[in-house]
Write a protein that binds this ligand. Structure first.
Ligand SMILES: N[C@@H](CCC(=O)N[C@@H](CS)C(=O)NCC(=O)O)C(=O)O
Length: 276
């Protein structure tokens, strides 16, 4: 594993690392923010951010403004890329499939199945690397945006006991029922919709093995709200299952990182309350 960037930031350090990924079969990069406590050698909890379509490991670290809050709470932030990339990795000329659009699933269909194993990467391989390299406690949280909000929800729901906290900004809550998710799942998982259920938060909520309370923020001027995000489906699923959900709808906010930056402090506080 090699460090490719290092910047002083709010008394701690923002870094970017690259490493060969066995799960994905390519080189991957991730951003890691080390709060002042971690720089001083104290073990800190780790909060994982999963970004949305078209993003990479730079998007969150340059746009969300999370470092100031992570410094205060003593949280390590880890922000991976959104898909495998590079020579030999299948891709198509489309912003919502292939590179930048891994959807945090393990693909089962050719040509995707050899490299597109983002669930194994974010839930297993990356935490193992991070916990080896940086001063971490065993407390993990996970959050994300849009496709990455979907990723955070399903990763927490599929791995009971692995995370202590979860939240999302404008998540794709029911990929099986919306165009982005249907397109990606048909390609990565095949046409059998039964196989999609284990990668769909609204489906997973009913039989969740653990009921971590969910914090979800959603802008009501989000251009993807009614077609792709559909938070009311998560509301209904949580009500039916007795799963705690705080869904906050914010008038005037869109889908961008300006929205994320406006409420990122609340999410860091939500995670710190469970992780510290
Ligand atoms: N209209 C966008 C659709 C994709 C999009 O909105 N991506 C969101 C996540 S789903 C994002 O965070 N984009 C990167 C950014 O805002 O920096 C595009 O084609 O780039």
């Amino acid at each position: 594993m090699n460090r490719v960037e290092r910047h002083a930031c709010f008394g701690g350090r923002q870094e970017v690392w690259k490493h060969p990924s066995a799960a994905l079969g390519c080189e991957m990069r991730f951003g890691v923010y080390l709060p002042p406590a971690a720089v001083a050698g104290e073990r800190c909890p780790v909060l994982y951010w999963l970004a949305g379509l078209t993003c990479n490991e730079q998007t969150f670290i340059t746009k969300a403004g999370a470092q100031e809050h992570a410094a205060r709470h003593g949280l390590i932030l880890v922000a991976p890329d959104t898909s495998p990339r590079g020579a030999g990795v299948p891709n198509v000329d489309s912003y919502d499939l292939g590179e930048g659009a891994g959807f945090y699933v393990n693909a089962t269909q050719a040509p995707w199945s050899q490299h597109y194993r983002m669930q194994d990467y974010v839930a297993q391989e990356l935490p193992a690397l991070v916990e080896q390299q940086f001063p971490c406690t065993e407390a993990r949280g996970i959050f994300g945006h849009s496709m990455g909000g979907h990723g955070a929800l399903i990763t927490a729901l599929r791995n009971p006991g692995r995370y202590r906290s979860v939240s999302a900004f404008a998540p794709v809550v029911a990929p099986s029922q919306v165009p982005w998710g249907s397109k990606a799942f048909a390609a990565y998982l095949g046409e059998d919709r039964e196989a999609w259920k284990e990668w769909d938060a609204v489906e997973l909520i009913a039989s969740a093995g653990e009921r971590l309370p969910l914090l979800v923020d959603q802008g009501d001027s989000d251009e993807f709200l009614s077609k792709q995000l559909r938070p009311e489906l998560l509301e209904q699923a949580c009500a039916a299952a007795g799963h705690s959900l705080t869904l906050r709808r914010h008038p005037g906010y869109d889908h961008s990182y300006y929205f994320i930056a406006s409420f990122i402090g609340d999410h860091l506080a939500h995670h710190a309350a469970s992780l510290r």
